[in-house]
Design a protein around this ligand. Structure first.
Ligand SMILES: *Cc1c(COP(=O)(O)O)cnc(C)c1O
Length: 407
């Protein structure tokens, strides 16, 4: 374990005096850098005014402001914002909205369609719609059954689309949930916007609700504000979290179309959308989110994003011809590459070795098995990027013997 005493920009400072480059944005949440002054200031100011208030029958400016700004940024056609306090909770909310919608419309539709290798969180419902594996084997008996379509691997996209159409037709599911363009924890697997667009079209044909989990892909990661923009898709329900506060405080939102809201909005209390957590729309978290949203209105943020995309592509280039790696890939600001091993996958023996190598090298990188990925905060410099990829090259040198695949 390393004790971290301070974060600033792309760096973490440890108790024993080391400076570590945060190449994975502290699990994908830190977008503008650690302790961004505007976000810190917003939290400090809010802390002296109102820390917490029940968000039922009462409201406050930071929440209203954040909701209005998010609706302006989100794909057109999303009309309502529901607050919660983690990505997993926002997914539970999305699933409940979908089932509630059909229930209140007196349709018996409860089945959920998911994509192979997906990750949607660690609560029971979120695990149920995610891939089954070592993460959740112990809880298998509690997870509900879902229908699954294959990941749209390059050249096999039609299989995915056909599988989705076939399930939608035969099983009349309530909803399809998917991570747009990048499947994160499942191994940074990437697919192109046209597949996202086509999956949405299939759902429209069969009147199946389309839930986009943009918890990781949101806030610029894929090169656009939200991944769905690149496919010109408006989901029926979408989840945003992680970078929503710039990575300073936990917060999440689930957005939905008016029809879904209206299915629940009634004086008939049996139709109420029953979901609340104690810290729903916490004012401090909302103040941080508001500061984050203001940063996104600054053209400088967009310029930085474009430059991170370019720096990432340039740094990745030499690895495309490095025989020790395969599946060298990038979507927006996120790069990933698989170190060739005999036991590929999340439990690949090389995983822990890489992790400790990077730790000694003062780089925060946490490979997913033999998949190394880089997802930096947008304040990262060209020198930081050089340092990160030099570390990856050295790791391949050091671990090449271990995995028996040194070219
Ligand atoms: C991180 C993540 C979640 C879960 O969010 P938590 O805040 O950790 O509960 C869900 N879906 C995706 C795609 C994620 O990356």
């Amino acid at each position: 374990m390393s004790k971290v005493v301070r974060g600033d920009g792309a760096y973490l400072h440890t108790a024993d005096g080391r400076r570590v480059i945060d190449a994975i944005s502290s699990w994908w949440v830190v977008t503008h850098g650690h302790c961004h002054p505007a976000i810190v200031r917003a939290i400090q100011e809010q802390a002296g005014k109102l820390n917490q208030i029940i968000f039922a029958g009462y409201t406050h400016d930071p929440a209203e402001d954040v909701a209005a700004r998010i609706l302006r940024l989100a794909p057109r056609g999303l009309d309502y914002v529901f607050f919660s306090d983690s990505g997993s909770a926002s997914v539970e909310v999305a699933i409940k909205m979908a089932l509630g919608y059909w229930h209140h419309n007196r349709k018996d539709r409860t089945r959920i369609v998911v994509m192979q290798h997906s990750y949607h969180g660690d609560t029971i419902g979120a695990m149920s719609v995610g891939a089954r594996g070592v993460f959740n084997a112990a809880y298998g008996p509690l997870l509900f059954d879902v229908a699954s379509i294959p990941f749209p691997a390059k050249g096999r996209e039609r299989e995915t689309l056909n599988a989705l159409a076939s399930i939608c037709q035969s099983e009349r599911p309530a909803a399809f949930i998917v991570e747009p363009l990048i499947l994160g924890a499942g191994g940074m697997l990437m697919y192109p916007p046209w597949v996202l667009r086509e999956m949405k079209r299939v759902c429209e044909v069969y009147d199946v609700l389309f839930i986009a989990d943009e918890i990781m892909t949101g806030w610029g990661r894929t090169g656009s504000m939200f991944a769905c923009e690149q496919a010109n898709v408006t989901p029926d329900v979408v989840c945003y979290s992680k970078g929503i506060t710039g990575g300073a405080l936990p917060l999440a939102v689930t957005l939905c179309r008016a029809e879904i809201f209206e299915a629940h909005y009634s004086t008939d209390r049996t139709r109420t959308f029953f979901h609340s957590s104690s810290y729903t729309a916490n004012p401090l978290a909302c103040a941080a989110a508001k500061a984050n949203l203001e940063l996104w209105e600054d053209p400088e943020t967009r310029r930085r994003l474009i430059s991170v995309v370019a720096m990432q592509e340039k740094a990745l280039e030499p690895f495309r011809t490095d025989a020790r790696f395969e599946n060298v890939r990038r979507t927006g600001t996120v790069t990933a590459l698989d170190l060739k091993v005999n036991d590929a996958g999340y439990l690949a023996g090389v995983g822990p070795k890489l992790q400790s190598f990077f730790k000694d090298r003062n780089l925060l990188l946490r490979p997913l098995g033999n998949t190394i990925y880089v997802m930096p905060p947008y304040c990262v410099t060209a020198a930081d990027i050089d340092e990160i990829y030099a570390g990856i090259r050295e790791a391949a040198d050091a671990c090449g013997g271990l995995c028996g695949s040194k070219a």
